[in-house]
Design a protein around this ligand. Structure first.
Ligand code: 5AD
Ligand code: SF4
Length: 428
């Protein structure tokens, strides 16, 4: 999400003659795009701001801004607590950057953290900041209307709003023109994408179909799906389009119905298992990844064991795994105690990670012997004679080869693996 937002910000700033640079020494303005989902993310931003304080002492004229969720959450407090900060801009106020920068140039501080019910930045063509020019993020909606008890996102990114489908397909066509071969459609909860104007209704399924039809050589991915909203219709439709990638990210958070209820996720363990069975039925060759939180408030040893057993049952190919971090002003912070001791959270997280490492290895081992189409992303960091790319299942493959470019599709036989990477040989 944040990469996509940084690309919108770069486009807004280009309109007032700023250019992006990777070299801090060259910069007139340094913006730190922030995440508030876990406390650790915020602590890292604070550390970064301290470093920038020292940097500013040596480069007096540079301006420093904080944008994104932490700007939205802390507002004026950030200006009070972090003297290095000149500018604070929330996720719906990026169009105001030029005016705010004028205030800063006049010697003041700039702040705008107003949330909007309509802003989608649909008309802004993002300045791509990726390096490989193969895969691009395309934001299709903003905000989230769910109320997961642990989550700060609904209050930092506001209500859900969907982007005009024509602006989405227009952006995708422009990307293809620039040589991109893969798009990732982005939203906090993509399945609730809904466009409604003058009787014209477009669902997520319909949008996905429109994008998939633009070019069969364009790979289409999307994230994030909510288990309560991932419909059978969507799965059937994915099956019709081989260029819609065979990889689904479906955050489970916990394997215990009791914890899921306390998390206000609005599905049970059995509902989640039903979703996984539907995926296996309609898209048997699909990889499945998830997000898991260890040590949510009130989580017992039995709840934790249910998470482990669900992981084992689902055989996740990949997971993002976190310790629960209580966030201010969330339902959980207001109603529950953060009562799982730190060492218990750490131990449970470690158990989840070791199980996932085993599952990831198993999932990679199952690939050995398969012939997969790989979209080349570049030369391997470890060897100039090797390329790397991704399968439709979102697994990274390293294989020998030189004479191909990022964006080429190659047939590769998988010959070996670690728990994180596949190795293969290019077939003629
Ligand atoms: N503590 C830990 N993990 C969290 N996530 C969201 N909020 C929290 C929190 N307070 C995780 C969820 C979500 C992912 C983006 O971040 O697993 O799916
Ligand atoms: Fe947060 Fe839940 Fe919305 Fe995801 S679906 S952004 S976890 S509130």
């Amino acid at each position: 999400m944040n990469v996509a937002d940084s690309e919108v910000v770069a486009a807004v700033l280009r309109r007032c003659n700023y250019r992006h640079t990777d070299k801090p020494g060259e910069a007139d303005l340094i913006l730190v795009n922030t995440c508030s989902v876990r406390e650790h993310a915020e602590q890292r931003v604070r550390a970064r701001l301290r470093e920038l304080g020292q940097f500013k002492q040596m480069h007096g004229s540079v301006k420093v801004g904080v944008i994104g969720c932490m700007a939205e959450r802390l507002k004026e407090k950030l200006l009070e607590e972090e003297p290095v900060v000149d500018l604070v801009v929330g996720p719906d106020a990026y169009r105001e950057l030029p005016a705010l920068l004028e205030e800063v140039d006049g010697g003041g501080k700039g702040i705008n953290t107003l949330l909007s019910t309509e802003e989608t930045y649909a008309d802004i063509a993002p300045v791509r900041l990726d390096k490989n020019r193969v895969t691009a993020f395309v934001s299709i909606m903003r905000g989230c209307n769910n109320h997961c008890a642990f989550c700060v996102v609904p209050s930092t990114r506001g209500r859900e709003r969907s982007r005009d489908p024509e602006s989405v397909t227009g952006e995708v066509k422009a990307l293809i023109g620039q040589g991109y071969r893969e798009v990732i459609l982005l939203g906090q909860n993509v399945n609730s994408y809904r466009w409604n104007k003058n009787g014209d209704r477009v669902s997520f399924e319909a949008l996905l179909e429109q994008v998939a039809r633009i070019d069969p050589l364009l790979r289409v991915r999307f994230t994030t799906s909510h288990p309560k909203d991932l419909s059978e219709g969507l799965l059937k439709q994915m099956a019709l389009y081989p260029n819609i990638c065979r990889a689904i990210h479906l955050p489970v958070q916990s394997g215990s119905t009791r914890v899921l209820r306390r998390m206000k996720r609005r599905y049970t363990r059995e509902d989640y298992m039903g979703r996984v069975e539907a995926i296996r039925k309609h898209l048997p060759d699909t990889s499945l990844s998830t997000d898991i939180i260890a040590g949510f408030s009130g989580e017992t040893e039995e709840d934790h064991r249910q998470t482990l057993s669900l992981m084992e049952w689902a055989g996740f190919d990949f997971s993002f795994m976190f310790k629960y971090s209580q966030r201010p002003d969330t339902f959980a912070a207001n109603r529950y105690n953060d009562d799982v001791p730190a060492e218990t959270k750490a131990r449970r997280l470690n158990e989840i990670i070791s199980l996932q490492t085993r599952l990831s290895r198993k999932s990679k081992e199952k690939e050995v012997g398969q012939i997969r189409e790989v979209l080349v992303e570049g030369t391997s960091k470890k060897s100039e004679t090797h390329l790397f790319g991704r399968t439709s299942q979102n697994m990274v493959v390293v294989f020998q080869g030189r004479d191909y470019r990022p964006g080429d599709y190659l047939k590769v036989r998988i010959t070996g693996c670690t728990s994180a990477t596949l190795f293969g040989e290019h077939l003629p």
